[in-house]
Design a protein around this ligand. Structure first.
Ligand code: GDP
Ligand code: MG
Length: 175
């Protein structure tokens, strides 16, 4: 356990995006290096923590996962409260999950602190033959909305560590 570590910072980061895009599996991969194929829809508000060192500081990342409340406007303001980072996830094989991003962003910006660091994540890049969202479309959206952007695979562990490290490093840099 990390009970004997002196924690310098606790950073709350929220995961949002449509149901079944892979939010829970991204978190499982990052926090516990696990992945499950028959992932159940999450029930009850949950977060996981992971302690890491950035710039010689001990940072506890507290990553919140939606509790099957991904319907429009069902995520409560308590979920966003105190968040310094957000990861908006879509499934690159499901165009609809990309088309809903503006809605997620609007909801996020309506609830969150204005300095929140936001990262856009196109998950399931292992399913390249089923791709429905070109990288350029997502890059353009991210650039326009001033978001970090990365494509990931929770299944194959591609870019998962990198995307969490990138957002946490940026949060550390600006806080
Ligand atoms: P959530 O509703 O956004 O939390 O989505 P889940 O994490 O529960 O994942 C939904 C489904 O997509 C599950 O069947 C996962 O196994 C699958 N899944 C999640 N991430 C990936 C990925 O990177 N690649 C593939 N091929 N499947 C994934
Ligand atoms: Mg989930």
């Amino acid at each position: 356990g990390d009970y004997n570590l002196k924690i310098d910072y606790v950073f709350k980061v929220v995961l949002i995006g449509d149901s079944a895009v892979g939010k829970t599996q991204l978190l499982a991969r990052f926090a516990r290096n696990e992945f499950s194929v028959d992932s159940k829809a999450t029930i009850g508000v949950e977060f996981q923590t992971k302690t890491l060192i950035i710039d010689n500081k001990t940072i506890k990342a507290q990553i919140w996962d939606t509790a099957g409340q991904e319907r429009y406007r069902a995520v409560t303001s308590a979920y966003y409260r105190g968040a310094v980072g957000a990861m908006i996830v879509y499934d690159m094989t499901k165009r609809q999950s990309f088309d809903h991003l503006a809605r997620w962003l609007e909801e996020l910006r309506g609830h969150a602190d204005k300095n929140i660091v936001i990262m856009l994540i196109g998950n399931k890049c292992d399913l390249s033959s089923l791709r429905a969202v070109p990288t350029e479309d997502a890059e353009e959206f991210a650039q326009r909305e001033n978001l970090f952007f990365m494509e990931t695979s929770a299944l194959e562990s591609t870019n998962v560590e990198t995307c969490f490290l990138t957002i946490l490093t940026e949060i550390y840099r600006i806080n």
